[in-house]
Write a protein of this length. Sequence first.
Length: 336
Amino acid sequence: MDPFALTRKLVDIESITGNEFAVGEFLDSHLQSLRYATRRIEVEAKRFNVLALPQGAQSAEIFFSTHMDVVPPWFASSEDAENIYGRGACDAKGIIAAQIAAAEKLRAVGVAVGLLFLVGEERNSAGAKVANEQIDSLLPRRPKILVNGEPTENRVAIASKGSLRVELIARGKLAHSAYPELGDSAIEKLLAALEKLRAMKLPRNPEIGPCTMNVGVIEGGRAPNVIADHARAELLYRLVGPSDELKKQISRSVGNLANAEFILDIPFVKLRAPEGLPTMVAAFTTDIPALTKWGEPVLLGPGSIHVAHTEREFIAKKDLLEAVELYATVARRLLA
């Protein structure tokens, strides 16, 4: 099979999170044409994961998995001599192509590999959670190894940072801006709370590096001449350890200035790295924490996270071909 052509076909199917139906249909049909027995795992209306096993296999010791959804804005594929461009080229449609090609290579020498392609990774791992809940109804026995694909530059991750998403909501009292003493500005409260959080010392893991914080969204107010009665912000912390103490710190720092709601908490994980392969630390979050029943996780994939989610996302063709060989080598080594 041609992983370049498959990558472009996948990229050209818009699958922004929540709109994965068409790409799921394509993959289901494509895998059946390659003589895989497929199953759709419904997540919600018009959203499903795709599970595939070589025809005749009831289960597999090892599964390759990644996600079908992409972030906005979508843009179609193009290519030059070195790269394939387009939304999802490296995160993670090129990875889907590489995993299918590697599974085919392994099947040719009698090694059965399962495939699990998921919806919703870019938002809340909804597909992974459903797959985890239903695994015992999907397979007669659980896999031993899960190779999860994300853009790691073809290096094996020794750890993946977690994510803590926080929403701050500040409330105030409306008033005419000429008489600020009659109101209570929610925006000023929110800014004060953010300053306290920005000044807060964050944990550091000596092996993995620092916990980081990003203020991603700020909104509030009604007009320049009105004292704001409502303001909110969305923050994302990249975790390098347990989140319990950090949550307490955040709540203490914010105090009565705003209400801190913890919207999403994906844990930090340490990962297995087969000996002899180059390694890295993934500062991003993956579906792995939501796939605890699918075997010991390995995180590996072509492409760079530094170009994922950008206006010029791409994957190098040589890295894509290297990943096919690498996935097959890792599978053989781990199964041995």
